[in-house]
Write a protein that binds this ligand. Structure first.
Ligand code: 3SL
Length: 268
């Protein structure tokens, strides 16, 4: 860590993203229940790459390119999609070696918003990869912006709690410049060790409980179960957990092969 500390900001909903200059920051997109947790499970189970997309029809188009398509709206799997947004559906025998295009109510939208805003890097965070994520953020010595996906542009409790957990881990390495970072850390400190109890009145917790998804909520709150680090390389998410030392060279190789594929597609 260099002598100059960097800033850590918390953006409580994608609707506020325009207030943040992320051109010089690593953005961590957070959707604990459940998109970013599910993405970590998928990569840990051997997915080759994932393409997060905002719209349903855009996602469907990937089927013709040999992708599995995953879609969720308001907690439920979309009809005729291969997968929804349940971490339990992304078993090794289903996803290993596969390419997946995914659209979810808030999480994939937040990823796209971060990219459109010009983030330097966009990575995916959840309790399941919090350790590797925080170690990597410290090692990068860059400004960090934690973007909570929330629910339809409203802040939510679970993503704020996670942002606070990250802020807590990073507090000695970063300036906590804005009140939202301090607020998120305070919420995390109140909730820690009894997160499910704390969240019992939250809107999305109850939405998922009504869909009989209590097992998924419990699963999403466990730490370091899937130590991967998905990062956006152009429009695709790739796991860099095995390439932390030379992740820039690794992502550059991916960019080159994306260009080659694109040229082939134009010719054919
Ligand atoms: O909003 C999202 O992106 C989803 O994670 C919501 S759900 O947990 O699948 O309902």
């Amino acid at each position: 860590m260099s002598a100059r500390k960097k800033f850590i900001h918390v953006c409580l909903t994608p609707a506020l993203i325009d207030q943040f200059d992320v051109s010089d920051a690593i953005v961590v997109v957070i959707d604990v229940l459940r998109a970013t947790t599910t993405m970590c499970v998928a990569f840990d189970h051997g997915v080759q790459l994932m393409v997060p997309v905002e719209h349903i029809d855009e996602c469907q188009q990937y089927r013709d390119q040999g992708f599995l398509i995953a879609g969720e709206r308001s907690g439920e799997q979309l009809a005729d999609f291969d997968l929804g947004n349940s971490p339990f559906a992304y078993a090794k025998d289903v996803v290993s070696g596969k390419k997946i295009a995914i659209t979810t109510t808030n999480g994939t939208r937040a990823i796209k918003a971060a990219q459109e805003r010009g983030a330097k890097e966009v990575v995916v965070g959840s309790f399941s990869n919090i350790g590797i994520l925080c170690d990597w953020l410290i090692s990068q010595n860059q400004h960090v912006c934690l973007i909570c996906s929330g629910w339809k542009d409203h802040p939510n409790l679970e993503d704020t709690i996670f942002a606070g957990a990250v802020a807590r881990k990073l507090r000695n390495h970063f300036y906590r410049f804005q009140d939202t970072t301090i607020m998120a850390e305070a919420v995390f400190q109140s909730a820690n060790r009894r997160k499910r109890y704390f969240m019992r009145n939250s809107s999305h917790f109850n939405r998922l409980i009504h869909l009989n998804l209590q097992k998924e909520v419990k699963y999403a709150l466990h730490r370091d179960t899937h130590p991967v680090l998905p990062i956006m390389v152009n429009h695709e998410l790739h796991d860099i957990s095995k390439h932390l030392e030379d992740y820039k060279a690794y992502t550059e190789t991916i960019r080159i092969s994306q260009e080659t594929e694109q040229k082939k597609a134009v010719k054919s």
